[in-house]
Ligand binder design. Sequence first.
Ligand SMILES: CC(C)(COP(=O)(O)OP(=O)(O)OC[C@H]1O[C@@H](n2cnc3c(N)ncnc32)[C@H](O)[C@@H]1OP(=O)(O)O)[C@@H](O)C(=O)NCCC(=O)NCCS
Length: 163
Amino acid sequence: MKCMGGGNNYDFKFLHYSLGYVNIPSLKELIMSECDDAFLEKHIENKELVSKIRIAAEMLVAYDANILGYCAFYANNPKTKDVYITLIAVKPMYQNKHIGKRLLRSLVDMAISRGMLTISLEVKKDNRKAIAFYIKNGFAVVGEKTGISYLISKSLESEAMAI
Ligand SMILES: CC(C)(COP(=O)(O)OP(=O)(O)OC[C@H]1O[C@@H](n2cnc3c(N)ncnc32)[C@H](O)[C@@H]1OP(=O)(O)O)[C@@H](O)C(=O)NCCC(=O)NCCS
C-alpha cells in the first residue's frame, strides 16, 4: 500500500521504525505538536497540560525519519504502582498499522520491569476507536472518571508472572 502526502511517498509494507524514550522538554513539546492532528480536540493549545508533560511526564516515541506517534505517561507513584497514560497518539496516516499496539506493548514491558501493577488512563466515552483499541490490547473499562469519560485499566500481574 502506498500513501502520498506532505511531499513524502511512503510504502507501508516497508515501514521500519524504532521506539525510544525522550526526556528533553522542548523535544516532548515538538513531538506533541507533530502528532496533535491525531486528536479531535487540540491538546497542544492546553498550556497547562503541555507544561506538565514537558516537565514531569515520560515519553515513548515511535519514529523513523519522521515522528510517527508517542505515548506520554507517569510511572512515578510508588504507592499505587500505577502507570498513568496522559496522551497516546499515532499520526493519522500511520494509524491501524500496529504502531499504537507496539507503543503499549513496550510500555507494559517497561512497567513490569519497574514493578508496576497496573496501567490506566482516561478516555472520552465517544472515542469509540480508542476504546476498541484499548480493549483489543487487554484493557477494560473499570469505571467512570467524569460524566463524559471512562477510566480504563489493565492489570500487569498475570503478564508479570508469565515472565
Ligand atoms: C488510538 C490510537 C493510538 C491507536 O493506534 P493505532 O496505531 O492506530 O492502533 P493499532 O494499529 O496498533 O491497533 C491495535 C489493535 O486495535 C485495533 N483497532 C484499532 N482501531 C480500531 C477500531 N476503530 N475498531 C476496532 N479495533 C480497532 C486494531 O485492529 C488492532 O487490532 P489487531 O491487533 O487485532 O489488528 C490511534 O488510533 C490514535 O492516535 N487515535 C487518535 C488519538 C486518540 O484518540 N488517542 C487516545 C486518547 S485516550
